[in-house]
Design a protein around this ligand. Structure first.
Ligand code: ZN
Length: 384
């Protein structure tokens, strides 16, 4: 816990909570893994526009631009993936006609219009890799965390960009979520982070204990390689193939990793029942001093950097937050949040930073948004 107690006040640097939803983008629900096709969501029906509308509803309720770990293979409008080695189970015979219909443009338009609620993140083309026609886990690394050859990865990332373009989405994602948690880091210029960064990726979340670590992470839950920040994903609180899951609070980690089917109902018109129960739980659990719902992924990474790396001390009047321990990277610079609990409403002041907003939460909680000065120094927060 990152809190200090004054006589009638508690000041806290809360842990961010950010929702990352994996395996979004399939049209087919069927888990094809027994027949050389990808592990999809093992969901009892095809996916549809309502499955995205439910995510927007959840994002609005949480005031969070949630991240969608997209698999884009079934969005291929021209079957160009037949020329991308290892991308699909059909190889040169790839034909996506079963997924080519008016729902593509309808949903692409929807996602363009709701881009401020739903951020497209990179998960993969078809999640796995097909070597000589045989499925292997997974697309960018094998199960021992050995990176696939660099040109293969580059070709797959270019193909992902083409799939986005085909569907009218501009720019490359900022976040990568390695499929099946097969990943590696710590080998600097030879790392996949270097390749990902050349495409625009700035953020990665995965399970560190499942990754091939060429060198140890800077902190057990947060590290960086070049300009890319890697945040521990933790275990998902719900099995990947559990549809319509009741809400579960893990509460131990900034990232809340769910799979698309967890939030969906077999009857699409009932999706809202599922996402509303998750929203109710997350809003209730994050209302106290310990946690805060992150506005978006950049805000989550910044808050996590302060939460994990800054040194907190009680001083005579309030709290000292030494942020000089946070590396000078653009992904970690910008505002972060502090929560206070005070019986009598106070106004707050600080040095080394500026309080850019102050918001009342429930139950005597006050939420301060703090922007450190450019020349990074110690931040002091104290009652005015
Ligand atoms: Zn996945």
């Amino acid at each position: 816990m990152k809190q200090i107690r004054l006589s009638d006040t508690v000041i806290s640097v809360p842990m961010p909570i950010f929702l990352v939803i994996e395996d979004v983008g399939w049209w087919q629900g069927i888990d094809g893994s027994l027949r050389n096709e990808p592990y999809r969501n093992r969901f009892a029906r095809r996916h549809c526009l309502a499955d995205y509308q439910a995510l927007t509803r959840l994002a609005k309720r949480l005031s969070m631009r949630i991240a969608l770990g997209m698999v884009m293979g079934e969005w291929d409008r021209t079957n160009f993936l037949k020329d991308v080695a290892g991308a699909t189970w059909m190889g040169k015979a790839w034909d996506n006609k079963v997924n080519q219909g008016p729902w593509l443009e309808e949903t692409a338009q929807y996602l363009r219009d709701h881009n401020h609620f739903l951020e497209i993140a990179l998960h993969g083309i078809c999640h796995e890799y097909w070597q000589d026609g045989q499925m292997q886990r997974s697309e960018f690394h094998d199960q021992d965390g050995r990176m696939r050859p660099r040109p293969v990865i580059q070709r797959h990332l270019e193909a992902f960009a083409t799939l986005l373009e085909q569907n009218g989405w501009h720019g490359f994602p900022r976040l990568f979520i390695p499929p099946a948690l097969n990943h590696s880091f710590g080998n600097k210029d030879n790392s996949i982070q270097a390749v990902l960064h050349s495409f625009g990726i700035k953020f990665v979340t995965t399970r560190f204990d499942r990754a091939n670590q060429y060198s140890a992470p800077a902190h057990q839950n947060l590290t960086w390689e070049g300009e890319v920040g890697l945040l521990e994903r933790g275990s998902s609180p719900v099995s990947w193939d559990r549809a319509a899951s009741p809400p579960v609070w893990p509460g131990t980690n900034p990232i809340l990793p769910l799979h698309w089917g967890n939030l969906l109902h077999r009857e699409p018109q009932r999706n809202n029942e599922i996402v509303d129960s998750w929203a109710d739980m997350l809003l209730a659990k994050s209302a106290g001093l310990d946690c805060i719902l992150a506005e978006d992924l950049a805000s989550c990474w910044r808050q996590a950097a302060v939460f994990y790396l800054a040194d907190l001390q009680r001083n005579q009047r309030g709290m000292t937050i030494d942020i000089r321990t946070i590396p000078d990277l653009s992904i970690f610079s910008g505002p972060f949040f502090v929560k206070t609990h005070e019986r009598q409403s106070k106004s707050w002041n600080c040095s080394g930073a500026e309080i850019i907003s102050s918001k009342r939460g429930t139950d005597h909680i006050n939420i301060l948004k703090i922007l450190p000065n450019k020349e990074k120094e110690v931040v002091n927060i104290f009652p005015a």
